[in-house]
Design a protein around this ligand. Sequence first.
Ligand SMILES: Nc1ncnc2c1ncn2[C@@H]1O[C@H](COP(=O)(O)OP(=O)(O)OP(=O)(O)O)[C@@H](O)[C@H]1O
Length: 374
Amino acid sequence: MASVSITSLTKRFGGPRSDAVIDDLQLEIPQGELLVLLGASGCGKTTTLRCLAGLESPTSGRIELAGNAVFDSERRVELPAEKRSIGMVFQSYALWPHKTVRKNIAYPLKVRKIKEGLRDGWVEEVADLVDCGHLLDRYPSQLSGGQQQRVALARGIVARPDLVLFDEPLSNLDAKLRMQVRADLHELHERIGFTSVFVTHDQDEALALADRIAIMRAGRIEQCATPDTVFEEPATDYVAEFMGMSNRLSLTRGVDGWSASGGAPVRLPVAADVDELTVRVRPEHLMIRGGQDVLHGHEVPARVNGTVYGGSHVDVSLEADGRRLQARVETGTPGSRAAAGDRVVVEIDTARARYFDPTTERAVVHAPMPEVVA
Ligand SMILES: Nc1ncnc2c1ncn2[C@@H]1O[C@H](COP(=O)(O)OP(=O)(O)OP(=O)(O)O)[C@@H](O)[C@H]1O
């Protein structure tokens, strides 16, 4: 296992004037880290993975594996895929149907002529690690989807590669199996600590598996940080929305503080040198109460469009000042009894909301203690 260093990586599929699918990407992955590339469809995740694997030729930049360049546009270095010590696990398990599990797992050792692996029982060892030791003489068609994906995982790591690449490996599994294989993969990574890049567009999967998450947008990395930082302290408005802060409101600075439209001023836990702020709030950080009370600055009048019962919670769709808002309130609280057509007041949990400069879209600095005046 080894570290990975990506410097100024750019990939264009057309000529020099075409849009960059990967745009001056910088990324350092320490040895043993599981880095998740998370982003919307088409943002360049798979292309980044393919460039790392040597299946795609980057336009420019440098990729180092274990301190050695496998691609360097300036020095004209480009190692072919089979010469890079990389294991791959795909969405489609891509197992050979006519080979046994044993032969499927051994395949990378054969191709890369790793004789000691074949001799010293690496296949059996890795099969045991992924709980498939008892399946070695079966054929893929005799395995469940979860077992097939475990075999694919064993094949990805059997050759003890410098780096393991995962391209949405769990997305063909049903919800229950997906959770189970995800947990197994997490445990396996904790145990043997392979360096890996894992591509997904599933936020929960990213949070559960990653040491760090790199959020990609249009070929660039918006933020690369630990799961809790990306979730709780998104660096940009885009990351906030992507990580579930789906409600977006605008605040304007007045002489006495900040206010949403129609609200009284309020002091906020932010130090911003701007006159407008974008507020991002998770549905569970919006509270609902009856519509007759006096409004404070962190509240907005709204109309209920509809509700969806979710057992322990109720999702309430609202409209405030022409914007759609979504609140998730605990069942049994007054807000959960809201009904379509009701006029209500939506209260923002200002300490848990996040604030962005509407021009740069970057987070503004948070003051240490929320200071709210009513
Ligand atoms: N061989 C190609 N030729 C031209 N354009 C391509 C090629 N491969 C990918 N692209 C384009 O590059 C962009 C990034 O594609 P990529 O597959 O890397 O995205 P992604 O983030 O993995 O998306 P998804 O989550 O949908 O798989 C897309 O706009 C895609 O259409």
